[in-house]
Design a protein around this ligand. Structure first.
Ligand code: BGC
Length: 731
């Protein structure tokens, strides 16, 4: 009756379509009473189960995914559509943190979502705990990050997860951010490269990846209500690029909108961020899910671009159904949300390839344990090495001091990314293992709770190694950049009796080092995962040459940071003002001529390198090549001038013409080069067209200014000995 009534008001053609649709719905609902073998299983429907395809044309894998999604959508009732756009709680199957039940009538598989930035989280057992993403990123090795994603993806798939809630790709704005360890660091280009590598890795193994947390998610303290006040250019140039690359280069299929507000509007109902930027500007065709509890409305969220509420149906269940029925949210809008979810499900083969995994499956194997160690070794940054104190001689008597010497070293951050390590090798154990093989040395140990006892063993040792840490995690920022508790005092009491003191930092981000001039060595080991002790022993004794570089700046003092004012962080009256603008991280230190303690891109090795012969050539220099889209090849020779094998990271920064208003120089390419002693190799990198583009707020477009650009090459943001200029012509 309703259909006939609507027909009166419509053209004949659309009326015919409406009737056809109603008939299809009628047939489809009649099939609900088909025998059991025709209904889909929990994990999906295979083409044969759906055979003949007649009543499930979308089950035909030969059709394009978009077509299949459309065909399926046409069969869905309003209730079935609503069921796709929210999770359910309590989750009826064990494990996952988010769950959308299967639709057995139509053969739509369940969505099983699990956390995990360094391992499968949510209490899963029998997994591999990798180092924190900030550690993996410190290797400055996109192949390693791709492998990191593959391991995460494999283990999630084994656990039956088809949507892996990783990676976290936000640019780190404040050094105290509680979730710094989950991210890659402070540079948009660097984060973009890492995000692309990790997402491709995850999605190559079965699960759909989820780029989070979108956008301007830069603090924990007030994350549920904080309003990030950030200008459009900064948003586009600093905070957006990792997400843009995740979409365009890695085809990420879900994006998690964040808790915070951006310019007064919650992320998950932010028309500018979701509809205008994600969909229109970046062409995102996957789905936007809310962070857990980050949905705040029904109509605004639905109309402004949120596709799926997580973890439950507070706003996108009955309320959304009512809003669609009353016309506050149109049928087209709801259909678009459902399509955004169905399309990636088809593209990732979730309909044909039921995930065989289960939450109780054992995901461990020796290769992945070894990989965890490889990442920890590759991500450990050597920050100070006075008088070549490192690598240690195996004959040296070492005093190991600190909680990290106990059975509970700090190997991972807290919060939703916390995971159950299958085992943890403590540094004490790792060093004993190492010396058990090669050494004949004494190792003494104190946990550091008694400064006198710590000083006592240090005074009798050749070398004292103090392990210190921060307790970073989701939900709160660090109150300041000092090492918590008595750890600075511990270091001071050890350095008072032993000049050969080495500090090993297990921190989620930068810390202040008031003792820096009194220690002989500093190593940033981050949160190193289950292989902690083995990895740090390999670095300390030189089995592995340290080759990692900082992906964020370590400041000299609490005041000398880009966001030291309260209105910037944690904010005043619920607003956090991004008035440092584009000058995030090293950009600010350079723009204000502030000396960092350790600059972005910095890290030492046990060998030495020199770089020379910077050369830049346009790629595809044909006459027809469009000046705007032209890429450049950059070449730099790197020589290992020392006596042992090692790897150097060559970094290319671009300095824009002054009138652009850009920060002094910005990372635009890098390459890691492995070299034998005396060997020279040429690192070849590409400068993409984006290297020269800036965002023009009045026109809301990215543009490239004609002018002279300086190309700087070196081995940290503060060590750029080679320079050349290139001229970019008008279009
Ligand atoms: C976190 C997300 C996480 C979700 C589910 C939220 O609190 O911000 O990163 O995926 O919880 O555990």
């Amino acid at each position: 009756m309703k259909t006939l009534f609507l027909c009166a008001a419509e053209s004949l053609r659309s009326c015919a379509l409406t009737v056809a649709m109603a008939l299809l719905l009628f047939i489809a609902s009649a099939r609900m009473s088909l025998p059991a073998q025709e209904s889909a299983t929990h994990t999906g429907v295979s083409p044969s189960a759906a055979s003949p395809l007649g009543h499930r044309p979308w089950a035909n894998p030969a059709l394009p995914s978009a077509k299949r999604a459309q065909l399926l959508l046409q069969q869905m009732t309003l209730d079935e559509k609503i069921a796709m756009v929210h999770g359910v709680t309590p989750i009826p199957v064990h494990g996952y943190v988010g769950y959308v039940p299967p639709n057995t009538r139509l053969g739509i598989p369940a969505l099983t979502l699990a956390d995990g930035r360094a391992a499968v989280g949510n209490g899963a057992k029998d997994i591999t705990l990798l180092p924190a993403p900030i550690a993996a990123a410190s290797a400055w090795d996109v192949d390693l990050m791709n492998a990191f994603g593959r391991v995460l993806g494999q283990e999630q798939w084994i656990k039956g997860t088809n949507v892996a809630l990783a990676p976290s790709i936000d640019v780190v704005r404040i050094p105290e951010w509680g979730r710094t360890f989950e991210s890659y660091g402070e540079d948009p280009y660097f984060n973009a490269r890492m995000a692309v590598a990790e997402i491709k890795g995850i999605q190559s193994q079965g699960p759909i990846a989820d780029a989070n947390m979108y956008l301007s998610m830069n603090q924990e303290d007030n994350r549920l209500k904080e309003d990030s006040r950030v200008d459009e250019r900064t948003l586009q140039e600093i905070y957006l690029p990792p997400f843009a690359a995740a979409i365009r280069q890695a085809h990420v299929d879900t994006i998690m909108c964040a808790y915070v507000k951006t310019n007064g509007v919650y992320s998950c109902e932010n028309d500018y961020l979701l509809n205008k930027v994600l969909r229109k500007q970046l062409g995102f065709d996957g789905w936007v899910m809310s962070d857990w509890g980050a949905t705040h409305s029904t109509v605004d969220s639905a109309n402004h671009g949120l596709d799926q509420e997580m973890p439950d149906s507070r706003y996108f269940g009955d309320k959304l159904k009512a809003a669609v029925q009353s016309g506050q949210v149109s049928q087209e809008v709801l259909d678009a949300h459902v399509l955004h979810i169905l399309l990636p499900m088809f593209q990732h083969g979730l309909f044909e390839r039921p995930n065989p995994g289960s939450w109780s499956a054992n995901a461990r194997n020796p290769e992945r344990d070894a990989f965890s160690r490889e990442v920890a070794e590759a991500g450990t940054v050597l920050l100070k090495n006075a008088h070549g104190i490192l690598p240690l001689r195996t004959s040296a008597h070492v005093a190991i001091i600190g909680a990290a010497g106990t059975a509970q070293p700090k190997v991972e951050g807290e919060g939703s990314s916390q995971a159950n390590a299958p085992y943890v090798i403590s540094p004490l154990e790792g060093i004993r293992n190492r010396l058990g093989i090669n050494g004949n040395t004494k190792v003494s140990f104190e946990d550091g709770s008694d400064l006198g006892k710590a000083a006592d063993i240090a005074s009798h040792a050749d070398v004292a190694i103090v392990f210190v840490s921060t307790e970073d995690g989701e939900g709160s920022d660090r109150p300041n950049l000092e090492l918590p508790g008595n750890q600075d005092a511990l270091i001071n009491s050890v350095t008072a009796v032993n000049q050969n003191t080495i500090v090993v930092l297990d921190t989620g981000g930068p810390v202040l080092m008031p003792w820096i001039n009194r220690v002989a060595g500093v190593i940033e080991a981050w949160y190193p995962g289950q292989e902690d002790g083995n990895a740090i022993a390999a670095i300390l004794y030189g089995d592995v040459d340290p080759s990692a570089k900082l992906p964020l700046t370590f400041p000299r003092s609490a005041e000398a940071i880009p966001t030291s004012r309260k209105e910037q962080w944690p904010g005043v009256n619920g607003r956090s003002i991004y008035n440092e603008g584009l000058n995030v991280g090293y950009r600010w230190y350079d723009a204000t001529n502030t000396q960092p303690l350790f600059p972005f891109g910095f890290g030492l090795s046990y060998t030495t390198f020199s770089i020379s012969h910077l050369a830049i050539k346009p790629l595809r220099p044909s006459r027809s090549a469009d000046a705007i889209s032209r890429r450049f090849a950059v070449r730099v020779d790197v020589t290992n001038t020392g006596t042992r094998e090692g790897a150097e990271v060559v970094q290319i920064y671009v300095k824009h013409p002054l009138a652009d208003g850009e920060p002094p120089h910005q990372l635009r390419a890098f390459a890691k080069v492995e070299l034998k002693p005396g060997e020279t190799k040429t690192a070849i990198m590409a400068l993409d067209p984006e290297s020269f583009m800036t965002y023009n707020t009045p026109t809301h477009r990215w543009m490239r200014r004609a002018g002279t650009y300086e190309i700087l090459a070196g081995t940290s943001s503060r060590d750029l000995p080679l320079a050349k200029t290139i001229s970019i012509p008008l279009k």
